[in-house]
Every structure is written in structure tokens, then in C-alpha cells.
Ligand binder design. Structure first.
Ligand code: ME8
Length: 637
């Protein structure tokens, strides 16, 4: 039987139109799901809309529409957007669907019959934006930390779920299953939430205040709290408890952003435990897309429209940028300038050009038809070995939901193939009439292109299929095993009618940002120029990193290559110019100060993902280090 994989996105509120953040999570889930398909698994991908609650009623009222009319309209905007972005979800759930309502009532009844729901009184601070009560401690200066608005004090009778009963169990579960919540900082955040009493969860709203919700099965005067209703979508969509689909696919991986960590990491597992349903498989939490370093959200009104970007850069360029740019767990900063630069560097130059020049050489030298009888030389074998290594790393990264790292591993291979072509110089082989060797070289390149095109399929399905069709492979994912492809570079039927070229990613123009005109300055102004604004400084993310390993740089005497633990899933590789002052062993175990959000770059061929700070002294240089026990990744401010 095939391995199965079930992945979900949050179901989005329909109080506003879809934006870049929604598009990112859904493209991310689609990419991860396609990756599992490519690995030969049977997959199920769910997304949908969350349609009950106060927020929706308020949004409908503000437009003079009935809630139903309003939710139908906005939900269809989400539903119709996904195919435009090449997103292939297996199901689109709406919480106003009758089957979902029945399922929620069934779930509630089970938890109620178990004695885990009781009736009580409650007074608390309620944020309508978040649809939840806040404790006084959670408020920041008396305001909701997310919406920056004062909450409303509400006192009423309601039903409560005995969440506190499961607190110890949950803590133990998370400790025993380190892979349950990832990346690591979010797992730690949840464990620290669990150090304080989590209390019970208010799971109803009286109908006299709100009728737009699912009626409680044991009391007609109340509707279900929107979060309790929404989380159950992950079960109702696949026909819990009896359907074949449920038996086949549950438990799921849930992908969310950090804004909704608590409901997914605390409410949801305790709800499942109480109802006697197997706990979901894993929670994968990504950061926020920011625009100009500010959180993007409906309530702040600085939203980016995914459709306009798709129209400008093509679906694949847009998808590639999002998957390549946001490092899993970290925030990403969106700018069109970065997007164009990334498009030109990776897609137009490295990948597009590689395909194009290979096809055009095969056409020019062999009229589009290569012989596949070949014997490899050492440098061919080396390239293939590097290809296997990079693709295996790509697989490991995608298996741990890290698309940026996966694509970086793939790009290592792409760049190596380009370098291989440059160093064998097929044009010289042609000039010297060494046609057998020339055939082998182009054949090796073509095999590599096949693997690269396949690896791009999860991220850019349409371009990948164009590449594969051009070289004679009609991809049938249902009967595919990418791991086998990675392990076997030897045999392959190639098309004997390769096209002359394939112009996949024409370069984009980099638009020039207007610089403010310089005015004549007084000396006072010039003096002020040497200051930086506080918010510029704030952009520098300083962290404590523990040096796990240090070694000499293979190609540079002045550099050391470090592995530094920043409390993330994987240690960072950092290249530091301190070899003159430190022996590698002297650094191991030190808690150094790192700039953690420096754009990764290569230093003499080795990738560096951060910078270690040091003090310049008369007689040399001393690395800034912190004494005592301190968690790797701790922020310095
Ligand atoms: O919270 N960057 O719905 P929601 C990245 N209905 N992702 C972002 C983002 C940003 N700036 N803004 C939004 C809800 N998202 C509930 C969920 S699930 C049972 C119920 C994405 O419309 C991200 O996935 O507010 C985030 O978690 C989600 O949209 C919140 O969507």
C-alpha cells in the first residue's frame, strides 16, 4: 500500500479578500503536497474558509449584506483564486457546509457525554478581531497585542471545555514527540505557555449576542465558539469518524503561521484527546510576510494582492520567489525589487539559461538527436555524485517542510551543471571534432536537466512540465518515485527530437527606486548623517549562537568555517575572518554574538548564513562571547 500524506492550511476568515499571506500558506501547502506526490505517496490537501463568528457578522453588516450572502461572495474569491495560482487542493471546505455542522455537533456531544464540558459564568476581556478572551496578563498596555485595540469586557454564562484537565498530558506529549511542533522555537514557545495554567476554554456564545454559528447540540440557546467549530474542519472534511478517507489519511500535518499557534498547539490536541481521536501528526509553523518590515494584515490595511503579482511575474515566478525567500519559521520581507532580483538570478540566468543553451547546443551539434551509448569520465561521475548529494539534501529539506533550504540545495546542483559546461567547453570539443566526448557531455547535462526539472515540479509545476515535455518525459506523478530518480542517473530514454530552444524565464526589468533628491546640507545636517534611525538598528537581529564545530576554510587561510547553533532546526554555517586569531578548537563551545538576519552569501565557495561579531584590539581581534549557560538563539537587544 502507498504511504499517505494529509496536509492542511488554516481555513481563512472571510472578512476580507485573500492577500499575499493566504496565498503563501496555500502555495506552501501545495508545494509540500506535490513534493510528497513526487515521492510516490498518496496525498490529500485541504484548504477552505472559516465563516462563523462575530467578525463575519460585523463585516457583512458593514456592507449591508446578510451573513450568508456575504460569506458566499468572499468564500468564492478564495476558492477561485487557488487554481489561478496552480494550487491543486483535493477539497475546499466551508464551515457553513451542512456536513461540517453535523460533524461539529457530533464532536461536541462526545466531549459533553464524557463530562468534559460544563456550564459556568465568565467575565473577561474579549477581542472581536481575534474572536477570543484575553487574560489581563496577555494584554499589552490594556490592548489586544495583535490588533492594538482595547478589548471589550464581557460577562456572561457559557459552556466551558475542561482543557486544563489535559495540560499535563499535552506537556508530556510535546516533550516525548519533538517532531510534533516545529520549527523548534515554536515548540519551545508552546512548552513555555504550558508552564502557566492554561485554564478551561469558553466554547459557546449565547444566541442573544450572536446567532451566526453552529448550535450547541445540548442547548439551543447557545452557538459554538468559532475556534472550536473551525478546528474540527480538519476532521469533517475527510468524513470523520467512519469514512474510508478518514481511515486512510488521518492524522494530518497542519501548516499555519505563528499568529494561530495557541489554538492549534493547545486547544486542538486537547480537544482531540478528549474526543478520543488520534492526535494530529504535526504542526508546522511559518513566520509572517511583512511589507516594508511591517506586519501585513487585513486590519492594518497594507495588503499585497497575489493576483496582480501573478499577472506581472507569472505564476511560477511568484511561487518560486515565495518558496525560496521565506526561511521556514522566520519572517520574510516582501518587496518587488527582491522578487525581480531573485527571478533574474535563479530563474532567468541559472535555470532558464542552462536549459536554453543545452538544447541549442544539442541542436547545433547533433541536430537535436543524441546517442545514449556512453562511458563516463571522472568529471562526469563527479558531477553526478554532486547531483545525487544535492538532490538527497533537497529531499531531506522538503521532508522537513523547508522549501527555501530545499531550493538552495537544488540551486547548488544547477550552478554545478553550469560550471561543468563552462569547464568542458563543448564548443571546443566540437571545434576539435571530438564528437563522442561531446555527445557524452551533452548527455550528462541532459540527464541532470531531467532531475532538475523534476525537482522543480512541486514549486513550479507548469514550467517543470514544459521542461520535461521538451526533453521527452510526460510526467505522470501518480506512478512516480523521485527517490529512485535521484539514485539512478544511468538509464533513460531521451527524445530524439529535442527542440532548438526553450525560453522559459525571460529576464525582468529591475525598476529603479526613486532616490530622494539630495539637498544642500548644512554641516549640522552632515553630522546627523552619521547617525542611523532607531528603526534601522532594530532591523539587525542579534542572537547568541553556540559554536558546535569549527574548521579551516578549504580555500582561504584567513577564514574559518563554523557550525553555530541558533536554536533552529539545523545549525547555521558561518564563515568568519578570524583564522589569524583563533585555532578552530578554541571556538568550540563559545556562546558568540551573531547577526542572524544577514542575507546568506558565499565566501570563497562556502555559504555563510550570518556574521560573528568581534572586537578590534591593538594586538588583533577578539570574538564577542557571553559567559555562562544561555539558550542558543536568545535575542540580544
Ligand atoms: O486565523 N504572512 O484565519 P485568517 C504569512 N480562521 N501568512 C499570513 C499572513 C502574513 N502576513 N497573514 C495571514 C484565521 N496569513 C482562522 C484560522 S484554522 C482552523 C482557523 C495566513 O484569515 C497564515 O496562514 O486570519 C495565517 O495563519 C492565516 O493566514 C490566518 O488566516
Amino acid at each position: 500500500m502507498k504511504k499517505t500524506f494529509y496536509v492542511t492550511t488554516p481555513i481563512y476568515y472571510v472578512n476580507a479578500k485573500p492577500h499575499l499571506g493566504h496565498a503563501y500558506t496555500t502555495i506552501f501547502a501545495d508545494t509540500i503536497c506535490r513534493f510528497h506526490k513526487l515521492m510516490g505517496e498518496e496525498t490529500f490537501f485541504l484548504t477552505g474558509t472559516d465563516e462563523h463568528g462575530d467578525k463575519i457578522v460585523q463585516a457583512a453588516e458593514s456592507q449591508g449584506k446578510s451573513p450568508q450572502e456575504y460569506v458566499d461572495e468572499i468564500s468564492s474569491l478564495f476558492k477561485n483564486l487557488w487554481p489561478e495560482l496552480d494550487i491543486e487542493n483535493d477539497k475546499f471546505i466551508r464551515t457553513t457546509d451542512p456536513y461540517h455542522k453535523e460533524c461539529v455537533q457530533r464532536f461536541l456531544q462526545i466531549v459533553y457525554d464524557k463530562g468534559d464540558i460544563y456550564f459556568g459564568e465568565y467575565g473577561g476581556y474579549y477581542c472581536f478581531g481575534c474572536e477570543r478572551f484575553y487574560t489581563e496578563k496577555e494584554l499589552v498596555d490594556g490592548m489586544c497585542p495583535d490588533h492594538k485595540k482595547p478589548p471589550t469586557y464581557i460577562h456572561e454564562e457559557n459552556y466551558f471545555f475542561r482543557m486544563s484537565k489535559y495540560q499535563d498530558w499535552l506537556r508530556e506529549y510535546i516533550n516525548d514527540n519533538p517532531d510534533f511542533i516545529q520549527p523548534e522555537p515554536y515548540r519551545k514557545e508552546v512548552l513555555s505557555m504550558l508552564k502557566e495554567p492554561i485554564g478551561d476554554l469558553c466554547i459557546s456564545r449565547p444566541k442573544k449576542r450572536l446567532t451566526w454559528g453552529i448550535e450547541m447540540p445540548f442547548d439551543k440557546n447557545f452557538v459554538t465558539y468559532v475556534w472550536f467549530d473551525a478546528l474540527i474542519n480538519y476532521l469533517s472534511a475527510i468524513g470523520w469518524p467512519d469514512s474510508e478517507e478518514f481511515k486512510k489519511f488521518w492524522p494530518a500535518y497542519h501548516i499555519i503561521a505563528k499568529d494561530i499557534l495557541k489554538p492549534h498547539a493547545i486547544f486542538w490536541p486537547t480537544m482531540l484527546k478528549s474526543a478520543g481521536v488520534e492526535i494530529y501528526k504535526g504542526l508546522r509553523v511559518h513566520g509572517y510576510w511583512k511589507v516594508d518590515e511591517t506586519k501585513m494584515s487585513k486590519s492594518l490595511g497594507n495588503v499585497v494582492d497575489p493576483l496582480s503579482l501573478k499577472d506581472k511575474y507569472g505564476v511560477d515566478g511568484f511561487r518560486y520567489f515565495l518558496m525560496r525567500e521565506m526561511h521556514f519559521g522566520h519572517d520574510g520581507n516582501f518587496s518587488e525589487k527582491n522578487m525581480i532580483e531573485r527571478f533574474n538570478a535563479d530563474l532567468a540566468n541559472d535555470i532558464g539559461n542552462l536549459f536554453n543553451r543545452t538544447l541549442s547546443m544539442i541542436n547545433k551539434y547533433f541536430k537535436g538527436k543524441l546517442k545514449s551509448q556512453i562511458s563516463f569520465e571522472d568529471m562526469d561521475k563527479e558531477l553526478i555524485l554532486l547531483g545525487k548529494r544535492s538532490l538527497n539534501n533537497y529531499i531531506t529539506s522538503f521532508e522537513s517542510f523547508n522549501s527555501a533550504e530545499g531550493l538552495e540545495n537544488l540551486m547548488i546542483f544547477v550552478r554545478a551543471v553550469n560550471k561543468y559546461i563552462d569547464s568542458v567547453a563543448p564548443w571546443t570539443l566540437f571545434k576539435n571534432k571530438d564528437l563522442d566526448r561531446l555527445n557524452t557531455v551533452l548527455w550528462v547535462v541532459l540527464i541532470c536537466l531531467r532531475k532538475i526539472a523534476l525537482a522543480l515540479w512541486p514549486v513550479m509545476p507548469s514550467s517543470s512540465e514544459k521542461m520535461l515535455n521538451a526533453i521527452g518525459l510526460a510526467l505522470d506523478v501518480k506512478s512516480f518515485d523521485f527517490k529512485r530518480e535521484v539514485d539512478d542517473f544511468s538509464t533513460w530514454e531521451i527524445s530524439d527530437n529535442l527542440p532548438k530552444n526553450l525560453n522559459l524565464f525571460p529576464r525582468k526589468e529591475v525598476f529603479k527606486e526613486e532616490k530622494p533628491k539630495k539637498e544642500a546640507k548644512s554641516s549640522k545636517n552632515e553630522e546627523q548623517e552619521s547617525y542611523i534611525d532607531f528603526d534601522v538598528f532594530q532591523k539587525v537581529d542579534l542572537r547568541v549562537g553556540k559554536v558546535l564545530d569549527a574548521a579551516k576554510h578549504p580555500n582561504a587561510d584567513k577564514l574559518l568555517c563554523l557550525k553555530v547553533d541558533l536554536g533552529e532546526q539545523k545549525p547555521r554555517s558561518v564563515v568568519a575572518g578570524i583564522a589569524k586569531y583563533y585555532k578552530p578548537d578554541e571556538l568550540i563551545g563559545k556562546n558568540v554574538v551573531m547577526v542572524a538576519n544577514l542575507k546568506p552569501r558565499k565566501l570563497r565557495g562556502e555559504i555563510s548564513e550570518g556574521m560573528v561579531l568581534a572586537v578590534h584590539k591593538k594586538d588583533g581581534l577578539q570574538v564577542l562571547a557571553i559567559d555562562g549557560e544561555i539558550d542558543p538563539g536568545s535575542k540580544i537587544s
